[in-house]
Design a protein around this ligand. Structure first.
Ligand SMILES: [Zn+2]
Length: 265
């Protein structure tokens, strides 16, 4: 909450019937100067139109979403990228398009269930590099954050690197992140299994997964490994916890969607 003094110094006063008037000076929003509040003629303050976006941005930062991931939504998950006419090798006869549509629908349903206050079984999104898994996982995180849910988005190799390096000597930060990873209402584990795993990193992941299984907490994971390679990377015990937490869901694509922007140029 802003201090009332800050509201008064940065908020604009509505002289007329609640109309927002852009202020030429000041940083940030032209209506409230960045405070998020508009002071009205009767002395009360109301939220500026920018307030919800500001709160979302703060929540996305706290959730660990990098700026590029904050823009990803179900609306801009482009099903046209998935070939409607070709059957995917892992699809049991289904096309790339049908699998992508199903993966999107399942992820959206998971978000709806969380918003109803349920703790649904999560999803393990599987597909090669650049198949859109991270986009779907980030879209779920963003949709849930918009609804005020508690989400933590972890890029697994980054987490393990940071834990290993001791968070630049800040032991509390590492412990805090691990505690949040265990307890977040919804945890996203992006890019699982690609890290060069040691007994120590396997132990960290097992502790997180095991806690979440016991508490029945919803978890979304993405990986470009198949089940055998995941078992090799994580170990049998972690894989069994992962599969208890998450329903495997294939999202293959016949090209790398991350290169699509470059192809168009
Ligand atoms: Zn504003």
């Amino acid at each position: 909450m802003e201090a009332i003094g800050d509201i008064i110094t940065t908020g604009s006063i509505d002289a007329a019937a609640g109309e927002q008037k852009p202020r030429p000076q000041g940083d940030g929003c032209p209506f409230c100067g960045g405070s998020g509040f508009i002071l009205q003629a009767d002395g009360t303050a109301r939220h500026c139109a920018c307030y919800a976006e500001r709160r979302l941005r703060d929540a996305q930062k706290r959730a660990g979403l990098q700026p590029m991931l904050r823009r990803m939504s179900f609306a801009n998950f482009d099903l046209a990228c998935y070939a409607p006419g070709s059957v995917a090798p892992v699809g049991h006869g289904r096309t790339y398009y049908e699998l992508a549509k199903a993966a999107k629908a399942k992820t959206e349903e998971l978000c709806r269930a969380v918003c109803r206050g349920e703790q649904p079984r999560g999803l393990l999104l599987l597909g090669q590099v650049g198949s859109g898994k991270t986009h779907l996982a980030a879209a779920a995180a963003n949709a849930l954050l918009r609804k005020g849910r508690n989400v933590l988005f972890i890029v697994v190799p980054d987490l393990l690197d940071e834990l290993k390096s001791g968070f630049g000597g800040d032991e509390t930060a590492g412990q805090d992140l691990l505690r949040r990873a265990k307890r977040a209402e919804v945890l996203v584990l992006d890019d699982l299994g690609t890290h060069n795993m040691s007994d120590w990193t396997r132990g960290v992941l097992f502790a997180i997964l095991n806690f979440r299984v016991n508490e029945g907490l919803t978890t979304i994971a993405t990986s470009n490994l198949d089940e055998a390679a995941l078992q090799e990377a994580l170990g049998v015990r972690s894989l069994s916890r992962l599969l208890a937490l998450c329903e495997p869901c294939f999202l293959p694509c016949d090209r790398d969607l991350r290169l699509r922007g470059l192809e168009k140029k």
